[in-house]
Ligand binder design. Structure first.
Ligand code: NAD
Ligand code: TYD
Length: 355
């Protein structure tokens, strides 16, 4: 029976993963969700699991060494799944420092606590022996590989070449995780997934933002020519992949996770408008994002052939269900887009109005 620390479990992917793990496995004895509840964290995402006696929520910062240490003492975790991060590229362009401290220092704080609690002899710097069955899983992104041209795909061997403050902070975190494995023998895995979509995604990201704007007859801000390509992965396929890596992933290995769904942004925007019965005249081409990566595509051969995971969703089914989910959860969307979101939206998009 696993004793799991999930960080960032009130965010988009983290909350889906909490639901997934408590719903799909009876091998979990205790799951602690450590989340600072930034603008992106929302406990409403988790009301369905609140009464589960295995589930505990702790409001706190992953950079708080004392708190993280106390949690390890109290709950005796054997598994860490680290989602907590500043995750939005556009915000990272405005505020890089926050991304570096949260994403890099936060990761190192967690690794350090795990090492102290899991190493058989923490005082012996030459020892590489850890308690049986422990694992630290770093949730990373394909953005650490940089941008692709018209052809090719990212494999686990592709050199890291991040272009935004966000992706470089994630790459920095990955390198720290790697270093803890190489130097201290920490049992780790790193997963690098493509763009996720599905329920509970904050409407600053492409798909929920476009659904929200279209529903409100607001213009749909497409960066540049809209021909940038992302490889879309349904969040529940991502959660299943993480559970697979936790169970079967070879210690020290990186696994790419992708949905084999390459789409240009403009294609997705048109699809959303079509499904909602809204006119294409809502599309507004705005100034491109600085340093905008042109194309991402994941080669998922390693995880599919070595661990037996495969995405279950087709994009057509996934996007249809996702649009319906947002239509059925308009109150959730309205609550998180009131207040601070309005200011964020004005600041972010006013500057970009002219292509
Ligand atoms: P999100 O922004 O929706 O959620 C992040 C969560 O982390 C929030 O609940 C927030 O409150 C919490 N958090 C932020 N700073 C914290 C801190 N200092 N201490 C504790 N909690 C903190 O992000 P997401 O989209 O769910 O992404 C989760 C992870 O997956 C991130 O590491 C991200 O880099 C990675 N990822 C996301 C995508 C995607 O498409 N969303 C793709 C690839 C990788
Ligand atoms: P996003 O959801 O921010 O994810 P990422 O930048 O991590 O890939 O953006 C997905 C794509 O959509 C990306 O190419 C930027 C583009 N985009 C827009 O064209 N307009 C928008 O308002 C947003 C938020 C994104």
């Amino acid at each position: 029976m696993k004793r799991v620390l999930v960080t960032g479990g009130a965010g988009f992917i983290g909350s889906n993963f909490v639901h997934y793990l408590l719903g799909h496995t009876d091998g979990v004895e205790c799951l602690v969700n450590l989340d600072a509840l930034t603008y992106a964290g929302n406990l409403e995402n988790l009301t369905a699991v609140e009464s589960d006696t295995r589930y505990h929520f702790v409001k706190g910062d992953i950079r708080d060494q004392k708190l993280v240490d106390n949690l390890f003492c109290e709950h005796n975790f054997d598994t860490v799944v680290h989602f907590a991060a500043e995750s939005h590229v556009d915000r990272s362009i405005e505020e890089p420092e926050l991304f570096l401290t949260t994403n890099i220092v936060g990761t190192q704080t967690l690794l350090d606590a795990a090492k102290r609690h899991w190493k058989i002899d923490p005082e012996d710097k030459y020892s590489r022996e850890y308690c049986e069955g422990v694992k630290y899983l770093q949730v990373s992104t394909d953005e650490v590989y940089g941008a692709l041209g018209a052809t090719g795909m990212f494999t686990e061997k592709t050199p890291l070449q991040p272009n935004s403050p966000y992706s470089s902070s994630k790459a920095g975190a990955d390198l720290i995780v790697r270093a803890y494995h190489e130097t201290y023998g920490m049992p780790v895995n790193i997963t690098r997934c493509s763009n996720n979509y599905g329920p509970y995604q904050f409407p600053e990201k492409l798909i929920p933002l476009m659904i929200h704007n279209a529903c409100n007859d607001k213009s749909l801000p497409v960066y540049g020519d809209g021909m940038q390509i992302r490889d879309w992965l349904h969040v529940s396929d991502h959660c299943a992949a993480i559970a697979t890596v936790l169970e079967k992933g070879k210690v020290g290995e990186v696994y790419n996770i992708g949905g084999n769904n390459e789409k240009a942004n403009i294609e997705i925007v048109r699809l959303i408008l079509q499904e909602l019965g809204k006119p294409e005249s809502l599309i507004t081409h705005v100034k491109d994002r600085p340093g905008h990566d042109r194309r991402y595509a994941i080669d998922n051969t390693k995880i599919t052939t070595e661990l037996g995971w495969a995405p279950a969703y087709t994009f057509e089914q996934g996007i249809h269900e996702t649009i319906q989910w947002y239509l059925n959860h308009m109150e959730w969307v309205e609550r998180i887009t009131s207040g601070d979101y309005q200011k964020y939206y004005r600041d972010m998009y006013q500057k970009a109005q002219q292509p």
